[in-house]
Design a protein around this ligand. Structure first.
Ligand code: DX5
Ligand code: ZN
Length: 218
């Protein structure tokens, strides 16, 4: 699957509506919403009221990436705000299995996020329960960082694990994705690519989305 999820972290917060409309019109598949608490990551972004506002205009699923401690305390609030997919960090949660079931009980898709240092093998016993595995290809907290090359290896390993377990989780990759590495990431086995700067700092965001999804047109 070749899905694109533009990250609104890099959008124009003075006119979010225009950027949401652009994504609606584009060939993107999900809206990626980065929630940061200043504790799990060294940055604070936006939270529930902003997600609520985004939901009013977004015509595609909201993929809410929680970079917060104790994420399970907030699943219900983010579900009510309009999240369709909730992903939370392995490193921020003790009872992953319970948390996944909580998200699913709210009627949402559930995913676990792994920081660059966390091996995919930690998910072996829970893979069958997951709708999404999000691999961080930068250290979470900021947009516009450089892609960590080691991620290709992790994608390939995870792809194999999913096959071996007859699981159906989508592999999502987040951080430093651009029109140069997108094709290789899909070939390595990624299903969903998150892109912040590569979309919103581009001169032609709709074209950038198209190129991320289908490769550069000659
Ligand atoms: C980083 C966030 C990303 C970020 C990606 O912590 O999880 O979603 O917005 O931005 P780019 O694509 O610019 O690296
Ligand atoms: Zn993200």
């Amino acid at each position: 699957m070749n899905l694109i999820a533009p990250s609104l972290l890099s959008a124009n917060f003075l006119n979010l509506e225009a950027d949401i409309e652009m994504v609606n019109q584009s060939e993107a598949d999900w809206f990626h919403c980065d929630v940061m608490d200043g504790r799990f990551v060294p940055n604070i972004s936006f939270g529930i009221p902003v997600i609520q506002a985004i939901k009013k205009k977004a015509q595609k699923p909201l993929d809410v990436h929680l970079m917060i401690v104790e994420p399970d305390k907030y699943f219900e609030a983010f579900a009510k705000a309009g999240a369709d997919i909730i992903t939370f960090h392995y490193e921020a949660c003790t009872h992953i299995h319970r948390a996944v079931q909580q998200i699913k009980a709210l009627g949402l898709k559930a995913g676990v996020v792994l920081n660059p240092h966390t091996p995919v093998s930690v998910l072996e016993d829970i893979l069958g329960d997951l709708d999404v595995v999000l691999l961080m290809s930068v250290n979470p907290g900021f947009g516009g960082q450089q892609f960590i090359e080691r991620t290709y290896e992790k994608i390939k390993k995870l792809r194999l694990m999913i096959k071996e377990h007859h699981a159906s989780a989508l592999i999502e990759v987040d951080g430093g994705v651009n029109t140069h590495n997108a094709k290789t990431l899909f070939e390595a086995g990624a299903d969903v690519l998150v892109a912040g700067n590569a979309v919103f700092k581009s001169e032609n965001p709709m074209k950038a989305i198209k190129e991320l999804k289908f490769g550069k047109q000659k």
